[in-house]
Write a protein that binds this ligand. Structure first.
Ligand code: FES
Length: 102
């Protein structure tokens, strides 16, 4: 079954002190776990897929999340933002502006 919304969460982890930093160092693991917990809590398995990825590009603004089919890119996403992101995309209200990457 194809999900209606696919959330890609960058989980890339670079070593401490790496000049590019990484989403893994900026809280990607608790963010990913929050997505998983919320999808499970709401029983959204047929609607939403959450996939951890390697580097998506804007490392210094991570953790990075990309949502398809909307094609929206988010930065500095935290676990506290998960409910708002799921609500906005499931209701097709468009992107959450305050988290959107330019
Ligand atoms: S490490 Fe996440 S975007 Fe590069």
């Amino acid at each position: 079954m194809k999900p209606k919304h696919h959330f890609l969460v960058c989980m890339n982890q670079r070593p401490e002190g790496h000049p590019r930093g990484s989403c893994g160092s900026l809280g990607a693991r608790p963010l990913f776990e929050a997505f998983q917990a919320e999808v499970e809590w709401r029983n959204l398995f047929e609607t939403v897929q959450v996939t951890g990825t390697f580097c998506l590009g804007p490392c210094d603004q991570g953790p990075t999340v990309v949502v398809y089919p909307e094609g929206v890119w988010y930065g500095r996403v935290t676990a506290a933002d998960v409910t708002e992101l799921l609500d906005a995309h499931l209701a097709q209200r468009g992107a959450v502006q305050r988290l959107q990457l330019a």
